[in-house]
Design a protein around this ligand. Sequence first.
Ligand SMILES: O=C[C@H](O)COP(=O)(O)O
Length: 336
Amino acid sequence: MQTEVTSNTSELQASAAGLPQLHEPRNPGTDLDLDRVMAVQVNTSAVERRCATLPGRRSVKKDHQAAWLLKAVSMIDLTTLSGDDTEGRVRRLCAKARQPVAKDTLNELGLPDLKTGAVCVYHDMIETAVKALHGTGIPVAAVSTGFPAGLSPVHLRVAEIEESVKAGAEEIDIVISRRHVLTQNWQALYDEMKEFRRACGDAHVKAILATGELGSLRNVARASMICMMAGADFIKTSTGKESVNATLPVSLVMIRAIRDYHEWTGYRVGYKPAGGISKAKDAITYLALIKEELGDRWLQPDLFRFGASSLLGDIERQLEHHLTGRYSAANRHAIG
Ligand SMILES: O=C[C@H](O)COP(=O)(O)O
């Protein structure tokens, strides 16, 4: 059965425009509670069943769909993470982050203003991005710690975070050492994450789990819990460079870990699915999952982001289609 996701369109439009600005108290982390970590179990077939029904069960149509898509835009970490990134490409990406949807489209949809959640780049591009976003309030997120493998010497990974913060990054996406999870060395994972959080200072830290390389959903759940105990502000699925990146089952497991952590400590940790999310309809499925599992409070840029390099282009096409009944060519919506 198809169920309409009921949401107040004008409320969603207001929040897509960045209003209200909500700021959560930062998760300070907890001591390492290994009993709690080891108690985490995942029923893989139940997770898969729940996720298989999700895309077909929810349908968001017409104005509601447009409002959800605008909201999704406000929560995109607009990303370029390529070996051939240039200052020019990053400046174009930043221009897109400031004006992600054409002005006339926005006007017709009744939104005065819209911007993306952040721009996400490699360390080398931070300065360029910071300059290009000056005065917009859009934060620069940097992938640090030897992204994407995270296998450079620990002191260099820590130094990279410190350099990224110094260069103006307000958000740092770190990658965890997958081997700590695969060898069940939870103490080492906790210590590493805690050190990364310390090095970030006031910059918010997103812990990339690289879930496609963690071997099992139970490992994903346990690693999520450890990173939150060590003070992660966000947990993020993937670098975008693994062979399997964000999926719905992994997302369900991670957001249930976030829910458990919130019930236990009272702190809300954010969620960022990343890698391979390029279709507007998939974005809506993710938002529906968040709404059902965590509630509306998480549907704000301070608690939810999409890590995506090409999702915005498809959302723009869908919004144009909503207004004109016609699909434009994908090349009209180039990002970088
Ligand atoms: O963190 C963001 C990801 O690297 C973006 O992945 P994507 O290029 O598949 O959208």
